[in-house]
Design a protein around this ligand. Structure first.
Ligand code: GLA
Length: 387
């Protein structure tokens, strides 16, 4: 959304044209490899996108928090308080959960008018939720001069999602959205939070995101089920091996799973985490050497593991991935984000990009009866105040 029309919309909704709102932006993210590893203390490799959530915000003196979103044309008003409870209107819990985090940190938030407008497709695995949380966190930090470091805003946003929204997500999304850097992906160790920016030089290849447009239901509960299964694996292994998370095991220790765990489902879940960590480290190594083909091959393996071992893909995502692999010039393709629907990410030779989109779109529609959307994103910077 253009700055001018966001401000115009703000005045239409809230009036008082003499008092300008302040504008903030926070991107969405795409994860290139390292899926479902974050809440297991593992490695991820996401990057921030050039589309995301815009927020126009203004202080008031009426002790009310007024939320409005252009995308759904919804609004909600909540009294300022020293602590908040989740709203029945789910969309409000993303920013309200962050306001609550500031309150928990004894930062007094007074009356505010919020207007959100986003161009990250919702519920598509591109972190529209983290984008809303982080744009709120960065804005509150700025308006109330709280001086919190970015990493605290990231952790508060993750906590808001865990406690307020009820999704037990890891830290990847909020981190990527907060720390994103133009033309770079972030190699993050989710245990230590040590990270490195890796230049994303794809040369004659482009990144293509394809949205299944499958309506995702029960994603949060299926996601939380995976979190619980991994926790279970750790508990079952602990009598034999001193670990606090699955990422402390390396590929040579995969045999321990069969030895000490009986449930084949729990074995498969843990196997994905261990193999995905290995692939993610290897993917970063080969990318640094500009080996796009090898990077793509690891993306393919990642998808297959998410399908067979972690079971978070589904018919629509698998169709997009396996039809994509039949197209010329495709280095690699996989689902991205939580799964169960949402998007795939592919690396495709530039000269084939157009035909890839056309042919894959056609095949996908014929097989599933759904229409996929395609995006050719640029890799952008993290959450920030707009000039
Ligand atoms: C969602 C969560 C992240 C991460 C991914 C899967 O996006 O919010 O924390 O677990 O799924 O990698």
């Amino acid at each position: 959304m253009k700055k001018k029309s966001l401000i115009e919309n703000f005045f239409t909704i809230y009036g008082n044209r003499n008092n300008q709102p302040v504008l903030f932006f926070s991107p969405g993210r795409v994860n290139l490899i390292g899926e479902h590893t974050d809440y297991n203390g593992g490695f991820v490799f996401p990057c921030a996108l050039n589309f995301g959530t815009y927020l126009a915000i203004r202080k008031t003196d009426d002790n009310k928090l007024k939320f409005h979103t252009i995308n759904f044309d919804r609004n909600e008003t909540i009294d300022v308080s020293s602590s908040y409870i989740s709203s029945e209107k789910k969309w409000v819990n993303y920013p309200l959960g962050v306001v609550n985090e500031f309150a928990r940190n004894n930062i007094r938030i007074t009356g505010l008018e919020f207007l959100f407008s986003g161009d990250v497709p919702n519920n598509a695995g591109l972190s529209s939720s983290a984008s809303i949380e982080m744009v709120t966190a960065v804005a509150l930090n700025d308006l109330f001069k709280s001086g919190l470091p970015l990493i605290d805003l990231v952790k508060m946003s993750q906590r808001a999602e865990n406690k307020f929204v009820g999704m037990n997500c890891g830290i990847m999304d909020q981190f990527a959205v907060g720390f994103g850097k133009e033309d770079h992906a972030i190699f993050l160790n989710c245990d230590t939070l040590i990270y490195e920016y890796v230049p994303l030089k794809l040369k004659d290849h482009s990144l293509i995101i394809a949205n299944t447009n499958k309506k995702r239901g029960l994603t949060d509960s299926k996601y939380n089920e995976r979190v619980a299964e991994c926790k279970k694996a750790v508990e079952l292994l602990q009598p034999y091996k001193k670990i606090s998370n699955l990422s402390e095991l390396n590929s040579s220790e995969i045999d321990l799973l069969n030895k000490y765990i009986e449930d084949p489902v729990v074995i498969r879940r843990a196997r994905h985490i261990i193999s995905e960590n290995g692939r993610t480290k290897e993917a970063v190594r080969v990318l640094r050497k500009n080996n796009i083909q090898q990077f793509g091959e690891l993306m393919n393996q990642s998808h297959d593991s998410l399908k067979n071992d972690y079971e978070v893909t589904g018919f629509e995502l698998d169709t997009l991935v396996y039809e994509a692999r039949k197209q010329p010039g495709v280095a690699g393709t996989r689902m991205t984000g939580a799964g169960f629907g949402g998007c795939t990410v592919s690396i495709v030779e530039k000269k084939y990009s157009e035909s890839f989109i056309k042919k894959l779109g056609k095949a996908y529609s014929e097989i599933t009866g759904l229409v996929a959307d395609f995006y050719l994103p640029e890799i952008g910077d993290g959450a920030r105040k707009m000039g």
